[in-house]
Design a protein around this ligand. Structure first.
Ligand code: PLP
Length: 392
């Protein structure tokens, strides 16, 4: 039986049309695009067609698109390129709620002699933009701020920030890995210098990413070697995945407005129903500025891990911000940065929908969830005191 897959911010299903488009390049047309012979060389044209499709989704120029291996590589390249292009500047600014791809990279370069500032958010996950602008000084090389948060779906006001940073002459990168393909991104209207995308968040395969670099932006490659990607990212191209990503972007561009509206309706219904039928629940994050597919709900006095295990028995896949399930020792740094109490962080569940999520699947979650929460709360011999919280 197919699972009810509500973990699309972790990864998405490869769209059947994308797989179809890729298969010939895995099976028969396996040449190297750099080869002199036609068998390989013909692939060059296909890569350029895919680049045009990605550029079209972003309203960018094809030459501004660099294919990478993933969102993480795109993020790291953007920050590294900025600090290498401006060698006298030693300060980077990011936020406390970034994905580890940016957060840990900034911590890494901070250990190598750079200064890193981490901008806080409020209890709705909204960015403290005053803090951001006050943090900029003559030493600032780059600001990297995510477009949308992977855990809460909160969307930051990137266009407004970008305008201000342009006036201050600071390079600006945005990690749009969670926004790409879900909400419109128009780089003619959005004056960022660099932007990251990841294929597997928008129904292309894992292992393919994009770094957009605005024409005229100073760029220093991170992966050094051959001449691929016009010398900006060495390594033999992941031809099939690039072609798949092109197709995924083409599909996303065609349906983005309708899909966003459909997702929002389904996601809102799930959220409202769960809040209504489960007591002691709360939504984490700014519901006014949020991705249409994401809701992060805390079920107080229950462990997120226990909820996920019970959901799993019903064939429902979601994810949690509690320490046990997030693969780290610490509970969600995003929810903690928002000042969400420990009891709520531990019981937080993220549901993230996709174009393949059906009404029936949402109905099923609404049907089983109240029973799961009731049962887990009753099972707990200590009731509400079961979760031992460290002092705030
Ligand atoms: N940035 C954000 C906001 C993400 O959600 C993710 C993945 O979850 C990444 C970066 C990393 O992307 P990838 O898995 O392609 O390296």
């Amino acid at each position: 039986m197919n699972p009810i897959y509500l973990d699309n911010n972790a990864t998405t299903r490869v769209a059947p049309e994308v797989l179809e488009e890729m298969l010939p390049y895995l099976r028969d047309l396996y040449g190297n695009p750099s080869s002199m012979h036609t068998f390989g060389g013909q692939l060059h044209r296909k890569i350029e067609e895919a680049r045009e499709k990605v550029a079209s989704l972003l309203n960018a120029l094809p030459e501004e698109i660099i294919f990478t291996s993933c969102g993480t590589e795109s993020d790291d390249t953007a920050i590294m390129s900025a600090v290498e292009s401006l060698p006298r500047k030693k300060h980077v600014i990011t936020t406390r709620v970034e994905h580890p791809a940016v957060l840990n990279f900034c911590r890494h370069i901070a250990r190598k002699g750079y200064r890193a500032t981490f901008v806080p958010v409020n209890n709705l996950g909204r960015l403290d933009t005053d803090f951001l602008f006050k943090s900029i000084d003559d030493d600032t090389a780059v600001v990297s701020i995510m477009y949308a948060n992977n855990e809460t779906g909160v969307v930051f006001p990137i266009a407004g920030i970008a305008e201000k940073l342009k006036e201050r002459g600071v390079l600006f990168h945005t990690d749009a890995v969670q926004a790409g393909g879900k909400i419109p991104l128009d780089l003619k209207e959005l004056p960022v210098d660099m932007l990251s995308l990841s294929g597997h968040k928008l129904h292309a395969p894992k292992g393919i990413g994009v770094l957009y670099v605005r024409r005229g932006t100073r760029f220093s490659p991170y992966i050094i070697g051959g001449h691929q990607e016009r010398g900006r990212r060495a390594g033999t191209e992941n031809v099939a995945s690039i072609i798949g990503l092109g197709k995924a972007c083409e599909i996303a561009a065609k349906h983005i407005h309708k899909e966003a509206a459909d997702l929002k309706r389904l996601c809102d219904r799930l959220e409202t129903s769960l809040l209504n039928c489960c007591p002691d629940t709360r939504v984490n994050g700014d519901t006014e500025n949020r991705l249409p597919n994401t809701t992060n709900i805390s079920f107080e006095y229950v462990e997120g891990e226990a909820i996920l295990l019970r959901l799993n028995e019903f064939g429902i896949c979601a994810s949690s911000g509690s320490a046990c399930t997030s693969g780290s020792l610490e509970p969600s740094h995003v929810l903690r940065a928002m000042g969400i109490p420990y009891t709520a962080v531990h019981g937080s569940i993220r549901f993230s929908l996709s174009r393949y999520t059906t009404e029936k699947e949402i109905d099923r979650v609404i049907e089983v969830m109240p029973g799961i929460i009731r049962e887990l709360r009753e099972l707990s011999p200590f009731g509400r005191e079961k979760i031992v919280c460290p002092p705030e």
